[in-house]
Ligand binder design. Sequence first.
Ligand code: IMP
Length: 508
Amino acid sequence: MATILDGVSRTFAEYLLIPRLTRKDQRADLVDLSSPMAAVEPNQLPRFKINTPIVSAAMQSVSGSDLAISLARQGGLAFIFCSQSIESQADMVHQVKAHKAGFVSSDTNTTPDKTLHQVIDLMKKTGHSTVPVTADGTGTGKLIGLITDQDFWEFEDDLSDTVAEYMTPISDVIFGEDGLTLREANRLLHKHKKNCLPILDNEGHLTSLVFKKDYEDHRRHPHELLDDSKRLCVGAAINTHDYRERVPALLAAGADALCFDSSDGFTEFQKEGIHWIRKAFGPEVVVGGGNVVSAEGFDYLVNEGGVDFIKVGMGGGSICITREQKGVGRGQASALLDVVKRRDEYFKETGRYIPICSDGGLSNDTQIVVALAMGADFVMMGRYFAMTEESPTPKTSINGQMYKPYWGEGTNRAQNWQRYGDAAEDNEMVFEEGVDAYVPLVGTVGEVLRTTLYKLRSTMVNVGADSLSEFKEQAVLTLVSEQSVVEAGTSTVFQFSANRDFEGSGNS
Ligand code: IMP
């Protein structure tokens, strides 16, 4: 007969934190959110840490190079998806590593013969108000001028006039020469009181733009996750099928951390994969394993495999239907608590600390805080990032509201055969483990994380903690009844608009 576990499978929404003493000297902005991402050996410092305990899911509709750049700038890490060719994944990793902070490629360009009307449409479409005017209308064409929304009045000027009549011609444009440093570029912006500095090669072709607002943004975000060569950090997902070819390519491209991407990582395939990586590249490479939902899974991947960190979660993802389709999985809170308990015992026994990532099913900021309080060192999210400007999918307008597509890696669309391994002979998936959906567009990674991180820090102050590690030690949680969930909301008053943070689309 099967074993039936005591207790029920619980979710994060069933728990609340109890406040503890807040000291007078505590300030939310001083709380240290850094977290280890590699196994910490007894009496040693972690060999890889992230500054913000949030990583993005290895999914086609989430983690491309733009998102990876933005997230690393906020101190977190993206895992570039592996449901693509080795070449294109390595290329995405390379793009993040090659990113010169502050120098951006221009994606909103025009030609001098276009009308103001067309430029306004372009500005609305991309959301950018500075438009280089190039000979061929591309972001690398010969620069002819610059037009911004300050150069014309939408409701006064004749919108059938051409760009050439309103732009600042190249003879009057202040520009920098390719090869100058960011510091030099910022000095030019400052000296000439400009908002944007085009960078040109020696033939007058546009190579990039430097913005004053990015300089200010950088000053405001000192937590960027950088490697020893001051390049942004990036993670990459791998699978158990082609790691012999994929891992060398990803490491050569500069990936800082690898992670097996699997709905069920409690397998001999992962153990073999980790052994191969350790043999080929040694103990320094950061490799995560998972997903597991039990202490037994933790023991296997740590003792038999030798992973650096463990990802926990099965069936909780917003686009996930694994539990319905296959009857396997576990409530995310119960899964996490079981694995964390085992991790802590293992730490007492061996002195080795294995970071844990809670993956999937987080539908608001409070659930992130509960996951961290329960012992997760960092969380992985898909939907949260799919809703941002930087996710790799196109924006779509539905009934006047902007949305972005978001689909699971276990859908036909993702065609991620390696991860789910249920491909039939004719390359058709026998059944899907995810759905194809839309999520509302909520803003940039920087904008959404600003609120989330502030909330995390301020909850930590409520618990009297100065750092994430103290928070995990000091947190006291309680189970809540259905009635106290009602009491926590605002069901007894009418609200005409509510700030629902990232609950936008609900959990499907
Ligand atoms: P979310 O943050 O709730 O949207 O969940 C994201 C997580 O769902 C990912 O990190 C994966 O672990 C998981 N996931 C991604 N695609 C699928 C799928 O197609 N089926 C089941 N789970 C998925």
